[in-house]
Design a binder for this molecule. Structure first.
Ligand code: AMP
Length: 423
């Protein structure tokens, strides 16, 4: 199937071919006709599947088709997203695909001045992409009127719920006209997501592309077993021997990300840390510099990395292994996108082996183990909790007060959500 088979307006096909795309991805093949026909949609899709164009293209098509129902400068489409970065990226997509159409868009998110957003809203916006908190600020200040919304999109709905936005989302939905089209995208389907969907969607078309919690086939996943104390040097060794040029590295804490980025800089590897304590300006700059190749490495925490869209990112390094197995799938989803080859390497110390096993259980795959000479894991694994480096904050262990230890039963499974870190 080609994009030209979908019946999209010529202006959209032109923008698509200018992007160099001719074949719609599986989610686009299914979602575009359903949305064009006016159906509600429930799509199970992760970033990297082409989902953004999957809703952006048919929405632009619908807005540009038929009589222009617009009688005011009020937005006709609302896209709710969990993070600022995703707001920027989705709005960029709207602009990219809509550039030959007289349709305008705006992203509103917190952490930046509200006045320029107010000025843009006043001038008139067709497609509004927003994070829930800032949108409600505008509602309160009466600088946005949601009474003309024809299409609502909840993008990364599971992330929005994880981040505690459910009440904000419900408040926003209550302000929208009852008669509208609803599209919901989520990588996972918890009972909360199902409940939200059943109250929101009317006879939705279901689209389920890559099976949940499976990693893209194009990503080679490897595990390097080593010792915690050797990870810094091992990472530098890998940079030296492999000639990496664009690497996204995951750390577990903000402090850890900062420390690692400093260490890389000291070794002459240009990097920046991306986490929630950075200002919006610093985050956007780091991302731009990384995309433009001015930075070799970006060291990110899980939250900060959500929704990052970097074309053809070749390498993802798990410097520390996430204790929530699903986070691993999200992390490595940054590489091997849209058919490109990618490699994900996890540096696993003794105390993280159980986390890694949980991940392999989730993705239903045993990953290849490699040992790098000179950085082998020591034969006598310390039978004690591994202490974080001096000065480092302890990683948050959900569900248990910090510092509380659970002795592990000999031979028993490791409890990843507990405070137990020994092995
Ligand atoms: P998304 O899942 O929306 O974050 O998109 C992932 C990446 O795939 C983005 O970099 C898009 O620009 C790219 N992309 C979207 N649609 C296509 C397509 N039909 N062919 C090739 N690449 C695409």
């Amino acid at each position: 199937m080609q994009f030209t088979d979908l019946g999209l307006k010529a202006e959209l096909l032109r923008a698509i071919s200018e992007q160099g795309y001719d074949t719609p991805t599986p989610i686009q093949q299914k979602a575009i006709p359903a949305v064009m026909a006016g159906h509600d949609l429930m799509a199970s899709a992760q970033t990297g599947t082409g989902k953004t164009a999957g809703f952006t293209l048919p929405i632009l098509h619908r807005l540009a088709s038929g009589p222009n129902t617009r009688t005011s400068k009020r937005p006709r489409v609302l896209v709710l997203v969990p993070t600022r970065e995703l707001a920027i990226q989705v709005e960029e997509s709207v602009r990219t695909y809509g550039k030959h159409l007289p349709i305008n868009s705006l992203a509103v998110f917190g952490g930046v001045g509200i006045n320029p957003q107010i000025a843009s809203l006043r001038r008139g916006v067709d497609i509004l992409v927003a994070t829930p908190g800032r949108l409600l600020d505008h509602v309160q200040q009466r600088t946005v009127d949601l009474g003309a919304i024809e299409i609502l999109v909840l993008d990364e709905a599971d992330r929005m719920l994880d981040m505690g936005f459910i009440r904000d989302i419900r408040k926003i939905i209550a302000l929208l006209p009852k008669q509208r089209q609803n599209l919901m995208f989520s990588a996972t389907f918890s009972p909360d997501i199902r409940e939200l969907a059943s109250g929101l969607l009317h006879q939705p078309v279901s689209v389920d592309v890559a099976a949940r919690n499976t990693a893209a086939e194009t990503v080679t996943q490897r595990v390097i077993e080593t010792n915690r104390e050797q990870k810094k040097d091992l990472l530098l060794h890998l940079f030296e021997t492999r000639g990496w040029h664009q690497v996204l590295i995951f750390a577990r804490t903000k402090h850890g990300a900062d420390a690692l980025s400093r260490n890389l800089d000291k070794a002459g590897i240009k990097s920046a840390a991306l986490h929630g304590n950075k200002s919006q300006g610093a985050r956007t700059r780091a991302l731009t510099d990384f995309k433009e190749g001015k930075l070799v490495a970006l060291v990110a925490t899980d939250i900060a990395a959500r929704g990052i869209d970097i074309d053809s990112l070749p390498y993802v390094i798990n410097y520390e292994i996430p204790n929530i197995a699903e986070d691993y799938v999200h992390r490595i989803g940054r590489t091997g996108r849209a058919g490109m080859e990618g490699e994900a390497i996890s540096l696993v110390s003794h105390d993280e082996r159980g986390f890694m096993r949980d991940i392999e259980r989730l993705i239903k795959r045993d990953l290849e183990r490699i040992v790098v000479p000179g950085f082998e894991p020591s034969a006598h694994a310390a039978p004690r909790p591994v202490q974080p480096p001096r000065g480092a904050r302890k990683p948050q262990q959900p569900g248990r007060p910090q510092g509380q230890k659970t002795p592990q039963k000999p031979g028993g499974p490791q409890q990843h959500r507990s405070g137990t870190r020994h092995h």
